[in-house]
Design a protein around this ligand. Structure first.
Ligand SMILES: [Zn+2]
Length: 172
């Protein structure tokens, strides 16, 4: 397992649409392991492949509490089949937008179809934090970031801040 460097805002890679995984093979399982390792190291509770620069429709999530046994979950080619009209609000953050948090409103429950790490089709009806996390990560596969769900004023401020930071880093 390898910890990969994270892609950070405003890298244009984050705005690209990821391609479906055609076959769940050993290469894909290795990628899932690298993604989990990178997520645990960060640390974070969710990571999409695009965040380590791999344009594949794949994400990993672990919502276990600190100190409890790990509960890694791998979602390949995830697809939202249904979303509830009920909404819920969570304070979200993103490993590609470090140290920035904002409240985001999303459907409270989603039904998601996906392939697991064995290539077996599964369907989950998710609510609570899992519902929010799945929607946040699936957005990544479509080039969408959680800051796209906040006010334009706040979004522009964040993008400006990260663009300036990236430029400073580049000159040094
Ligand atoms: Zn994210």
């Amino acid at each position: 397992m390898t910890i990969k460097p994270l892609i950070i805002l405003p890298d244009p890679i984050l705005r690209q649409v990821s391609k479906p995984v055609e076959r769940v093979d050993s290469e894909i399982r290795k990628l899932a392991e690298d993604m989990l390792e990178t997520m645990y190291d960060a640390p974070g509770i969710g990571l999409a492949a695009v965040q380590i620069g791999v344009m594949r429709r794949m994400l990993v999530i672990d919502l276990s509490k600190e100190g409890d046994p790990k509960e890694p979950q791998v979602f390949i080619n995830p697809e939202i089949l249904a979303s509830s009209d009920d909404r819920s609000v969570y304070e979200e953050g993103c490993l590609s937008i470090p140290d920035y948090y904002a409240e985001v409103e999303r459907p409270a429950t989603v039904t998601v179809k996906y392939l697991d790490a064995n290539g077996v089709e599964q369907t989950v009806e998710a609510d609570g934090l899992l519902a929010t996390c799945l929607q946040h990560e699936i957005d990544h596969l479509n080039g969408v970031l959680f800051i796209d769900h906040i006010s334009r004023l706040k979004r522009d401020m964040v993008i400006k801040k990260f663009t300036k930071a990236a430029r400073t880093k580049a000159t040094i």
